[in-house]
Ligand binder design. Structure first.
Ligand SMILES: Cc1cc2nc3c(=O)[nH]c(=O)nc-3n(C[C@H](O)[C@H](O)[C@H](O)COP(=O)(O)OP(=O)(O)OC[C@H]3O[C@@H](n4cnc5c(N)ncnc54)[C@H](O)[C@@H]3O)c2cc1C
Length: 308
């Protein structure tokens, strides 16, 4: 219930405008967001790399409503890529990109998003890295998968994301499970109706395991994106049963969440990629993180009344 309230509030401009100005909220954001600039994000990536983990960097921003904003988001990603190259971080840092940030939701947006994504991915390749296209709410799944399919014609290592909570995902996993296919599997962070998504935690977890099974069986490169101990253990078991070598899959977790578990997996020889978001447009991302864990709300409440 609280999850739905937070995810709905995240879409209301008046709540957003008030929230981003409150200092206690901004302080809490620092736990989940690596900073406002690409330099700050790359400092975080260098710290992560020093501990044997790798990263995927997200220039925050979504639901772009003008062509100019889509172009600005594209330019921000191009600047990020040149800084990654300058700092010699291409081997440890790839990019995560939202189709809605680069224009997908605008009229005629598919072609615009494709053009912008191609520029970004070509620059990423030139710099020695690559891109994963994030997944947004279920109304965008078909468009995002169509975009990725087109992008993969020229850039086959372009990754994308499937969300275990959606009823459609087991069949998407079947379709996208083939050798070389880089698929991040997550539970899904959006406020979805019961007509398209499981709402019960056990059903979501069962779907997650079934989808992961399909990705592994089909020879995909699964990117196991979860902090859930039961799912991490299930993934370790499935990968071991399939005899998967360590370079044929990875675990992914979010910046600031379960860092000790991230390190435990990395120390055990698994690739662990940390999702590092940065930028000023952090509100939607932050609200999804609050919605995922009720205890975060208690922390926020204490901060707002001055005891945090
Ligand atoms: C690398 C990565 C990329 C992602 N990309 C996408 C995407 O493209 N599209 C999409 O819809 N979703 C994405 N997600 C989010 C995902 O869908 C889930 O909403 C999120 O990961 C929480 O689910 P969980 O599997 O960690 O399980 P949960 O059951 O939510 O969490 C398990 C445990 O992890 C810890 N935890 C989880 N979330 C938090 C939090 N916010 N604050 C503090 N502790 C927490 C808690 O200890 C919790 O008990 C991504 C997640 C990761 C890790």
């Amino acid at each position: 219930m609280m999850r739905r309230v937070l995810l709905t509030a995240a879409k209301i401009p008046a709540i957003r405008n008030l929230s981003v100005r409150l200092p206690p909220i901004r302080r809490m954001v620092d736990r989940f967001v690596a900073g406002e600039t690409p330099e700050a994000a790359l400092d975080a990536v260098a710290r992560i790399a020093a501990t044997g983990r790798v990263a995927t960097i997200d220039h925050l921003g979504e639901d772009t409503t003008t062509q100019a904003a889509a172009l600005a988001a594209t330019d921000a990603n191009l600047r990020l890529i040149s800084l990654i190259a300058e700092r010699g971080l291409a081997e440890v840092a790839e990019l995560s990109l939202k189709a809605s940030a680069i224009g997908q939701a605008l009229p005629g947006g598919h072609a615009l998003a494709q053009e912008n994504a191609e520029r970004i991915i070509a620059a990423a390749h030139e710099a020695g890295t690559r891109v994963t296209i994030d997944m947004e709410d279920h109304t965008t799944t078909d468009a995002t998968l169509a975009l990725v399919q087109e992008l993969r014609e020229e850039f086959p290592d372009t990754g994308t994301v499937l969300q275990a909570m959606l009823h459609r995902t087991p069949s998407d996993a079947e379709r996208w499970a083939h050798p070389g296919s880089r698929i991040r599997l997550c539970k899904g962070a959006y406020n979805e109706p019961a007509s398209v998504a499981h709402t019960d935690k056990r059903a979501i977890n069962a779907s997650y395991v079934a989808c992961l099974h399909r990705l592994i069986d089909g020879g995909a490169h699964p990117m196991v994106a979860t902090h859930d101990p039961a799912l991490i253990q299930a993934a370790l078991d499935l990968l071991a049963e399939a005899g998967r070598p360590a370079d044929s899959y990875e675990f992914q977790m979010l910046y600031g969440i379960r860092p000790t578990e991230q390190q435990r997996l990395a120390d055990a020889g698994h690739t662990v990629r940390v999702y590092v978001p940065y930028g000023t447009d952090w509100y939607g991302y932050f609200m999804r993180r609050l919605a995922e864990k009720p205890a975060n709300l208690a922390l926020l409440g204490r901060a707002l009344i001055g005891r945090g």
